[in-house]
Design a protein around this ligand. Structure first.
Ligand code: BDR
Ligand code: CA
Length: 312
C-alpha cells in the first residue's frame, strides 16, 4: 500500500536529498511539501523547496510556505552549515513551480481532515513550528495523524547547535515539547543515527556519475556539506540527517532503536532544546517515541543511490 506523507522542511542540502529520495519512491505519495523557517529564513526555504521539486521533475507536488518564525522565540539559523542560500553547492535556476497561496499550516490541517484518520504521516525535517501550530489551530487533527517521523534530537551525541541541543529541536523547543506531548506515535531520528549516516568519496563520485541532473546535484550539495562537518568533527563525509526519515519509511529494518520516553527541555539554563531521552528507562515515564540509535550505513547509502538514479 502506498504511504501518504507530508514533508515539512527547511532546505538545507540534507533536506534536499530527503525530498528527492521521497519523490523517487513509488511506495510514498507526497501530498505536499511545507516549508518552515529554520536553516535559513522562510523566504529561502520555500524557494529552495520549489527548486528541489522542480529539479526532480515532480512539479505535480504542491509546495506551501508555513511559519516564518518559531512559536515564541526569535529564529536561529544555520548559514554557517548550509551556506548563505541554505542550499549552497550548486546553482539551480529560479523555479517556475509556483508557491501555493494557501498557508502551509492550513494545508496540513485541511489534508488531515480530508483523508481517512490514521492514513497520513507527517515527516518534519526542520523545526517543529508548523506541526505544533497546526495542532494548536485544529486539535481535532491530532488523533488523525498516523505517525510523525521526524529528524531531531540526540542522546548519546548530545548536541550540535549547543553542547546540549540538536538544531531542529533547539530552534523551536516549545513546538517540539507540544509535539512530543501530543500523543501521536513518534519516530525520532536523532544525531545518534545521523552522525553514522556519513557520505564517503566513492558514493559522492557515484552520484556525480549518474546520467541525469539529480545525481550530480546531490554530489554538489554533499560536497559542500562535507566541508563543514569535516572541519567541525574531523569526520570524513557529510551526515545525511534528514534522508534517514524517508529511509525509515521505506526500510525500517535498516534501523534499530527503543520505544522510550523523550521530553523536551524548554527552560534549561544551559540545556534548552535538549531531548531528555530515557534510553535506560529509569524515569518510569510512559514511552512516547521510537528513538533510533543505529543504522546499516552501507545499505542506506546503496538504497539512496538506487533511488536517486531513477530521477531525471
Ligand atoms: C538538522 O538541522 C539541519 O541543519 C539539518 O537540515 C537537519 O535537519 C540536523 O541537526
Ligand atoms: Ca532540515
Amino acid at each position: 500500500m502506498v504511504q501518504k506523507i507530508i514533508i515539512d522542511t527547511d532546505p538545507g542540502q540534507d533536506d534536499a536529498v530527503a525530498i528527492l529520495l521521497a519523490l523517487a519512491s513509488p511506495e510514498l505519495q507526497v501530498l505536499g511539501l511545507v516549508a518552515v523557517a529554520g536553516n535559513v529564513p522562510l523566504a529561502l526555504t520555500e524557494l529552495n523547496t520549489r527548486k528541489v521539486v522542480e529539479l526532480s521533475g515532480r512539479t505535480d507536488v504542491p509546495v506551501f510556505a508555513g511559519c516564518d518564525r518559531p512559536l515564541s522565540r526569535d529564529l536561529v539559523t544555520a548559514e554557517h552549515v548550509h551556506g548563505k542560500t541554505g542550499l549552497d553547492g550548486i546553482d539551480l535556476p529560479e523555479p517556475t513551480l509556483p508557491l501555493q497561496a494557501q498557508h502551509g499550516v492550513d494545508f496540513i490541517v485541511e489534508t488531515l481532515r480530508a483523508h481517512d484518520a490514521g492514513t497520513v504521516t507527517l515527516v518534519p525535517i526542520g523545526p517543529l513550528t508548523n506541526i505544533a501550530e497546526a495542532f494548536r489551530r485544529a486539535p481535532d487533527i491530532i488523533g488523525r495523524v498516523q505517525q510523525i517521523v521526524l529528524m531531531g534530537g540526540a542522546y548519546f551525541e548530545v548536541g550540535n547547535i549547543t553542547p546540549a541541543a540538536e538544531f531542529n529541536i533547539y530552534v523551536d523547543p516549545e513546538a517540539a515539547a507540544e509535539v512530543f506531548a501530543s500523543g501521536v506515535p513518534l519516530v525520532v531520528m536523532p544525531l545518534d543515527v545521523t552522525h553514522k549516516a556519513l557520505t564517503d568519496r566513492a558514493w559522492i563520485e557515484a552520484m556525480r556519475a549518474l546520467p541525469g541532473r539529480c545525481g550530480p546535484a546531490v554530489a554538489g550539495w554533499t560536497d559542500f556539506f562535507e566541508r563543514f562537518d569535516t572541519a567541525k568533527y574531523g569526520s570524513v563525509g557529510a551526515p545525511l540527517h534528514d534522508p534517514c526519515t524517508i529511509a525509515w519509511l521505506l526500510h525500517p529494518d535498516l534501523f534499530e532503536g527503543r520505544h522510550i520516553n523523550v521530553e523536551i527541555e524548554v527552560d534549561g539554563r544551559w540545556t534548552t532544546g535538549m531531548t531528555v531521552a530515557d534510553w535506560w528507562r529509569v524515569s518510569g515515564r510512559a514511552p512516547n517515541a521510537l528513538f533510533l540509535k543505529d543504522v546499516d550505513r552501507d545499505a542506506l547509502f546503496d538504497m539512496i543511490h538506487d533511488r536517486i538514479a531513477r530521477l531525471p
